[in-house]
Design a protein around this ligand. Sequence first.
Ligand code: FA5
Length: 347
Amino acid sequence: MPDLPALRASIEAHRSKLADECAAVRTPSDLEELRNRYLGRKRGFVMLLFEEMKTLDPAEKPAAGQLLNEWKRDVQENLAAVEAGLLTPVQAGPREDPTLPGERRPFGAAHPLRIFQREIESIFMEMGFGIEDGPEIETDYYNFEALNFPPNHPARDDWDTLYINDNLLLRTHTSPVQIRVMEKRKPPIRIIIPGKVYRRETPDPTHAAMFFQVEGLVVDRNVTFAHLKGTLEHFLRRLFGDKLKVRFRPSFFPFTEPSAEVDIECLACGQKDPACRVCGGTGWKEILGSGMVDPQVFKNVNIDPEQYSGWAFGLGIDRVAMFAYGIPDIRYFYDNDLRFNRQFHLK
Ligand code: FA5
């Protein structure tokens, strides 16, 4: 006849098996089978032990009853936990198949404009230029006033932009960084400043409302327009080849005097298509503005124009990249179409 210690030993034996059996459950029918084995009304282990309890010495029955009730609750809790696990998607789904090919995570790639910017940077670095940057949200002072655009000057209209308040705006060019650099540092200065700029502009094949520029600034003693011309021609021929046709056209910028815009031959139509959408049939496309730093700008940053001279330029990276890559519309750069973006590679 069983006694209390024997009953306790039986419970312990089942308890240690139950943990393994729960861990092996994979499907709802595995769980049902396990539930029947332990809690089935007729032959479940728990029920059989309750039957055995009836044969115990009456003095042992209360303790045995308590032990069995705890064990039954324990079994129910374990099975409920297994059931909850089966309901979570990971366990409910099919088991992992290690023979399936892995998931391919797409690699990121540099944007074509970034790739082109690096190319420009490396040509200027070869010539001993450093690289600087500055804020895209600018004050009126740096974007306009320090560059010789007094308030209400009509030249501001060509550089109209989005204002954050009366004093803060999205910069319209990279030229304000010239001022920031010259305030901090005295000549000799030889830098380029790549970055994003913003304008109030109606987009068309060669104009965007947000685009990239790279500014150049050289300040030293005895710097002349010949240095400007030679450096820019060298740069453009390194980009497009020795035979590239380049022309300097007199122009006006409030912060340079004299000023010139630089055009290159239209590489989209080869100067042959009177209906070309890129050059409008002129055969030339303006890619940058440039000039000798105006003496007033030097005075604004406490550099003596009697001792120093300098030149500067501002080039549209998007415009030049269009020619370099044969892209007929500037807006392709901003469509975020991966089929377009993936065609460009860092050299
Ligand atoms: C300027 O922004 C002057 N800061 C350039 C400068 C710097 C002159 C230093 C003298 C000394 P401009 O507005 O012309 O100038 O712009 C310069 C270049 O940016 C243009 O030649 C063109 O290549 C590009 N660009 C201008 N507007 C757009 C636009 N809406 N979309 C794309 N590129 C543009």
